[in-house]
Design a protein around this ligand. Sequence first.
Ligand SMILES: *Cc1c(COP(=O)(O)O)cnc(C)c1O
Length: 355
Amino acid sequence: MFDLNKIVRPNILKLEPYSSARDEYQGDAAVLLDANESPYGNGLNRYPDPYQRELKVAIAPSKGVRDNQIFLGNGSDEAIDLLFRIFCEPGVDNVIVNPPTYGMYKVSADINNVQVKEVSLTQDYQLNVPAIIDATDDNTKLIFICSPNNPTGNDIEWKDIMVLADNFDGIVIVDEAYIDFSSAPSTTRLVDEYPNLVVLQTFSKAWGLAGIRLGMAIASPQIIRLFNKVKPPYNVDTFSQRMALQAVQEPTVKMEYVGKILALRAEVEQALQDIDEVLEIKPSSANFLLVKVRSPKLLYNFLANLNIIVRNRSNVPGCEGCLRITIGSEEQNGLLLAAIRKFNDNAVKESSVLN
Ligand SMILES: *Cc1c(COP(=O)(O)O)cnc(C)c1O
């Protein structure tokens, strides 16, 4: 049986969190002399709301959750780091990741001196549920699942996520950074049913707001309370909160962005299929394509020389021969495709010279 208090680090459970000036007084008095702020400045002289209340109230309905089920942080990367600091005793506890996947889970684990157990995805990039359950022990605190997965682009099966959440007494994290590009539903609708589920989302991809560094964790109010205890008091700045609030209030903008990128993804996919250099395009539920090519390193360098930068994943086990290509604007995609065609034609010419 899942018992949150049993898996939280004891020092965090008994932590007396920092109480900021804005914790102790939350009204809007005219004379605020409690936080050593400057009375001068261009509207940014006051500390931001430490709990981003207005923003969370605006976000909650679109996620089908309550505002006390949302944590907002300096990118999802902050949420990932906080999960380690809340649940994992350095040098004692361990976590499970499912490669090939997002590299930040392991980096965050390494920073926190937490052991990582790797259980590779299956051939079709799904969870190897029996192997994951086998790999857990009494000190396993977190299982990281990325869906749609980066860099493979596919959705992870819901039933597998549910089986893991049912059979694991630690925290199951579903990183949904790319969920807006997927036709699969978000697992946020499972958080009421599964008290050990934490869903991560971000403003960095579909919303077009990577620059404001805003990510979120959606979970039970009890887990969110732990995030709030451990996070730096003013972790999301005023400007980011304002920009995100504006974006959330005009959701059609994001929907238009997503619609355009999905259409462009289909175009790029189709164009790539006709190029001999391209061996395979993995099915994608995200804003990128994982593409297997004949000569990944040569093609990567050829593109880089033309100032077109893609991600070389060809050395990653499970992604042999693959480049990860983000879907750009119509113009950027056109330049990319023209360059790949040129590389392809050069390769054809060279091989005919050799023959
Ligand atoms: C891009 C990405 C994120 C986003 O991280 P932020 O810190 O919110 O920018 C999270 N998870 C995955 C898998 C990603 O690819």
